[in-house]
Design a protein around this ligand. Structure first.
Ligand SMILES: [Zn+2]
Length: 258
């Protein structure tokens, strides 16, 4: 279904010969342009011209890679199905609008024909010519609208059906794109979350390390403790000595007083 529509859009935009390019691009990604040229039996320049035209309408996109041996770029093409369907939808709507105007005119206005010259004219022109053909001087006949109206109605219902299908396909494609977007966003969010968690863990680890280090500095080692106690003891001893000294001095003083 979709392929038929896509081909018809290529036919309208480029030409009938270009339509088979859809078979080569549909449901594929990054198709080598030399392969396309070979399959279409066209030269690489003819192939590129078609693809450039389609890319002007946003129907195909490309990536290019440098051929290391030959030194030139090779283009790889991908079909943009959603954009193609959108464009086809627009074209069908335009066509439908044209047919609907014709139908309105046919049902509301009168047309005349010159059966000899096989030409049809609207009522204004017929009135200007006083209902006589200026070419053959035959009197105009009122045109039989019924068959034209039938034909227009057939065309309109056909286009409407096609339009429904294309709109449906376009919606499905749109949903696919949305889903892909959601998946992309979700995986990006997941990555951000994972990164944050990692960073938190790293921070926590380094904080722990720092804490341990600072504790190590604060906590005196065993030998340091012993040294401290030793110093304290020494100090106390000295104090006691000086006290006893001063006591003996005062004793002596008292002795002298006596
Ligand atoms: Zn005539």
């Amino acid at each position: 279904m979709q392929i038929k529509f896509l081909k018809s859009i290529v036919e309208t935009l480029v030409n009938k010969q270009a339509a088979p390019i859809i078979d080569l691009l549909v449901d594929k990604k990054n198709v080598n342009e030399f392969l396309i040229a070979k399959k279409l039996k066209l030269t690489i320049n003819q192939t590129r011209n078609i693809l450039y035209k389609l890319s002007d309408y946003g129907l195909v996109s490309f990536i290019r890679k440098k051929d290391k041996r030959k030194g030139w770029y090779i283009y790889f093409w991908t079909l943009n199905t959603f954009q193609s369907l959108k464009l086809l939808e627009e074209n069908l709507k335009k066509e439908l609008g044209g047919f609907e105007i014709q139908l309105k005119n046919r049902t509301e206005k009168r047309y005349y024909v010159c059966n000899t010259c096989s030409i049809e004219i609207n009522e204004e022109t017929a009135l200007l010519n006083s209902y006589i053909c200026p070419e053959c001087e035959e009197v105009y006949q009122l045109s039989e609208n019924k068959s034209v109206v039938n034909e227009l109605e057939k065309n309109i219902s056909k286009i409407k059906k096609e339009l429904d299908l294309v709109e449906n396909e376009r919606k499905i494609e749109g949903e696919k794109i949305e889903k892909k977007k959601v998946i992309k966003i979700k995986s990006a969010e997941k990555k951000v979350k994972a990164d944050r968690k990692k960073n938190r863990e790293i921070r926590a680890k380094s904080a722990k390390k720092e804490f341990r280090l600072s504790n190590k500095i604060k906590k005196p080692s065993k030998s340091q403790k012993i040294l401290k106690i030793f110093k304290k003891l020494k100090k106390n001893k000295n104090k006691n000595k000086s006290i006893s000294k001063s006591k003996s001095i005062s004793k002596n003083k008292n002795k002298n007083k006596r």
